[in-house]
Design a protein around this ligand. Structure first.
Ligand code: 3MF
Ligand code: MG
Length: 344
């Protein structure tokens, strides 16, 4: 079968456990301390928000930002780590309360674009050509407040400006149907890829598929991955899990639906995901109940489950599978998969 997989996560995946109803329950860890944990947990790459790499970047000049990002690159080198991507964090500033690229206020849209250009500078300094766009507040709480056609045009305008700002950089759009907004304008993989085709450089627009986001859209993550793979657009993944249609849980990979996780691993492996340098990214949260000394288990556990499912997928008897499919005996196929997952 195919090759090895390399894993990444973002520093926000080691966190203090606050939720909308309660305060932090674990101590903060400095970013430098988090970096020392990556290798121990079996991870070789780091996903960044722009201000993970350059804190307080809104107070710095573009030159200062590039210099600080350069220092971060050296720190990564020292740890034997590399940057997978940089994502502009466009959902915390007061100017992005009503959206970033789709805000109704032109000054706010201007801020979002300038901030995104700085994120591209940071990516260059960190040595990655990939920007992830999670379009957090690009949606509505009420239909009448924004115009959905204009919103798409504004997204295209912003992405075009970024494509023109840097002729090399690639963008992986991370779709999500809701949260924090009631409805998002780019809720699924199909929307993200179609948006790319409206831009001046569709060949530089792909997707980052997050399992939980797909489940929230009522779809199957492995099918969304297949759709992106058929377009040559699966440039990153955020593997995790999600129990039904509620808030974005970011559960450990495979913790809720093992078979759903299995099928994601299977399609990634089948089509050589990773061969062109793609990483297996996680976007998982530790349960709030988890104590300090064991608050990184969700990361190592997710990786362990991925590798175990990979082993199971590769051990399946292809001839047996083909025979069952040929006979259209999907009941037999069903049992074979379930028994394999049960280790029988
Ligand atoms: C939200 C997310 C985000 C993005 C991250 C990188 C905080 O549901 O999934 O995680 O993945 O901002 O784009
Ligand atoms: Mg994510």
């Amino acid at each position: 079968m195919t090759g090895e997989f390399r894993f990444t996560f973002g520093p926000w995946n080691i966190h203090e456990g606050a939720d909308p109803f309660g305060p932090p329950v674990r101590k903060s860890r400095a970013f430098s301390e988090k970096l020392t944990i990556y290798k121990e947990l079996g991870f070789d790459g780091v996903q960044f928000h722009d201000d993970d790499a350059v804190p307080e970047m809104n107070d710095l000049s573009p030159e200062q930002i590039i210099a600080q990002a350069g220092q971060m690159r050296e720190t990564l080198d020292d740890h034997g780590l590399v940057a997978e991507f940089v994502a502009p964090r466009l959902w915390e500033d007061p100017r992005t309360i009503d959206g970033a690229y789709t805000s109704n206020d032109p000054e706010c849209r201007h801020y979002a674009l300038e901030r995104s250009k700085r994120a591209i500078d940071i990516a260059n300094a960190l040595g990655t050509d990939l920007i992830v766009l999670w379009l957090a507040r690009e949606g509505t709480y009420l239909r009448e407040a924004k115009d959905s056609r204009v919103a798409v045009e504004r997204l295209v305008e912003a992405i075009n400006a970024m494509l023109e700002y840097d002729p090399q950089v690639r963008f992986a759009i991370e779709p999500k149907p809701n949260e924090p907004m009631d409805q998002a304008y780019i809720p699924t993989t199909g929307h993200a890829i179609a948006l790319g085709f409206l831009t001046v450089a569709p060949e530089r627009i792909g997707v980052n598929i997050e399992s939980a986001h797909v489940v929230l859209a009522g779809l199957d993550p492995s099918d969304e991955m297949g759709f992106a793979l058929a377009h040559g657009k699966l440039w990153s993944v955020h593997l995790n899990d999600q129990n039904g249609l509620k808030f974005d849980q970011d559960r450990s990979f495979g913790a809720v639906d093992l078979r759903r996780a299995f099928n994601q691993v299977r399609i990634l492996d089948r089509y050589g995901y990773g061969r062109s340098g793609e990483w297996v990214g996680l976007d998982v949260k530790a349960l709030r109940t988890q104590k300090d000394d064991v608050a990184t288990r969700h990361l190592s556990n997710s990786r362990t489950v991925f590798l175990k499912l990979l082993e199971i997928s590769r051990s399946l008897d292809d001839e047996k599978l083909e025979a069952m499919i040929g006979e259209r005996d999907y009941e037999a196929l069903d049992l074979y998969i379930v028994q394999s997952l049960l280790g029988e």
